[in-house]
Every structure is written in structure tokens, then in C-alpha cells.
Design a protein around this ligand. Sequence first.
Ligand SMILES: Nc1ncnc2c1ncn2[C@@H]1O[C@H](COP(=O)(O)OP(=O)(O)O)[C@@H](O)[C@H]1O
Ligand SMILES: [Mg+2]
Length: 301
Amino acid sequence: MPVLETKKLTKKYRKVTALDQLDLAVEAGMVFGMLGPNGSGKTTTLGLLLDVLKPTGGSYQWFGENPSAKSRKRIGAILENPCFYPFMTATQNLKVVATIKECAQSHIERVLRLVGLWERRDDPFKTYSLGMKQRLAIASALLSDPTVLILDEPTNGLDPMGIFDIRQLIREIAATGKTIMVASHLLDEVQKVCTHFMVLQRGKKLYQGSVDEALGDQRTIEVAAEDQELLGRHLGELRGVEKMVFEEGFYRITPDNGLGTGELNRFLFDRDMIASHLVEKRADLEQQFLKILADSGTVNE
Ligand SMILES: Nc1ncnc2c1ncn2[C@@H]1O[C@H](COP(=O)(O)OP(=O)(O)O)[C@@H](O)[C@H]1O
Ligand SMILES: [Mg+2]
């Protein structure tokens, strides 16, 4: 049973269809990325899923049940910039949150340690960097030990170090077994933290898949040797090749799943050939993403 399932989930504002018949299933343990340019409907989707917005069509279920206060309690989220009291410390702020959420104060130490703020717990919130503020927000969302964590553009506005820390933290939280949904307009963010993703464009889902597959599908190996002709003949006997072309001075092989540079190197070595060039290339998600947008005919809009 998926953690989240939506059926034709739709949100229309007067003129805009912010989300158009979204069908989606998110399984337990996924770090699910919602990737799309600004205005593509990411925040709207999260608002619907958190019951902050009412759908104009379709439905969704969390944990196989219709949305309820009970299911909502199993979801931790940071949607807008969360409000903390500037003159209060991290610990004091989380005590307030724990009281509001009716969760045990004993969780405070655990979440502060997890987000790396334990040492700074007694400093006032206003002395924190933006990255630390964001980490406190994540700590706050984790206080009730939710099954699902939802983050909307978690690294917006942060400096490179802050971005690195937050992404690392998301991976660490994922490793504790939580299901995470991350909305982002940044491709490399999705690439770095997510296991699965969908692409939204103008409220429509254009693509959904695993990050590994989107990367792995387009793996190519380039190989060259002194005697290109002999190399070509040997490569003709190589197994696990989906496609091979000769261009720009080397053979470019599109392997099926098994074949890697190690096997290829050994294959040539066994035939007394030394490769002068042997490189594996992964088309990154960016090219895939652009292709997805191009295929949908919306790339120039
Ligand atoms: N309250 C609102 N009233 C009217 N239009 C809205 C409202 N909120 C969002 N929209 C529109 O819905 C679309 C999706 O917005 P949003 O979900 O915020 O996108 P994203 O989070 O991907 O940037 C945009 O065209 C936006 O202008
Ligand atoms: Mg948004």
C-alpha cells in the first residue's frame, strides 16, 4: 500500500489550473522529488495534501485512508517560513512547538541532535544563520516523529554551505526510514537527495520515475585504442551492447545494465589490447529534464 495516493487531484483558481488531474503514488521510504519551474503547481500540491487547500476535483489518501486529523498527525511539514520567537533559544522554541503539537518534550534533544543544533540549543534564535533557522524548522517538523516529512524548497535562500548541510540532513533523515517529499525547482537538488521524482509543468505531471533510472538509462562508455580498427573488431564480439557508434575518434557504446568500464577493460586486456581512452558518461538529469520539457512542447514558454 502506498503512503500517498492521489487520483485526478485538481486545483483550479479562477483562471489558472494550478494542478491538473494528478495521479500519483508515493511508496514508503521514498525520497520523492516534485520538480518543476516556478508556478508549476508544487506548493499548491503540497497545500492540498496537507489539507490547507481544498481540491476542486479528485481525491487523495494518506496511508490508505481518507484524509483526517489522525492521518495529518503522521505528517511533518514546513510550508512557509516557520515562525519562531527571535529572543527565545532553540530549546525554548521547540518547547512551545511541543506544547502546541501535544508531543513529548523528551523528543527535543533527539531532534536537535539530528539537525546538528544541540551545541547551539541555548542560543537565541535571532543569532542563527539562515541555514540554522531552516534546520530548526526541520527539527520542529520532526518533533512529533512523523512518518512522512514534507519540505517545500528547503534550500531556498541559503548559501552553498547551508545548502550542502540541508541536503545532507535530508539524506540522513531518509536513512532513518522516513518517507520524504521535497518540492524543488532545482534539478541538481532532486538529483542529489531524491530516490524518485516527478516533473510538473503548468500543473500537469509530465514524467515520473526513479532518479537512478533517469540517470542510468543514458549511460554511455567511450573507448579508444591505438589500433582503432582492431578495437572495432573486438568490440563487435562484446556482449551487453545495446548500441555502438564511432564518432569523434572513439567508440561510444550504449551498454545494457550489466556492462561497465571494469568489464570492458578486462575484455580488451584478455585480447591484448590496451585502451587509450575509457570513460563512462552519465547523461545527467538536466538533459533528461530539458528533453522532457522539449517533448511536451513547453520548453520555450
Ligand atoms: N491563491 C491563489 N490564487 C490564484 N492563483 C494562484 C494562487 N496560488 C497559486 N496560484 C497560481 O497557481 C499556479 C501554481 O502556483 P504554485 O503552486 O505556487 O507553484 P510552485 O510552487 O510550483 O511555484 C501559479 O500559476 C500561481 O500563480
Ligand atoms: Mg512553490
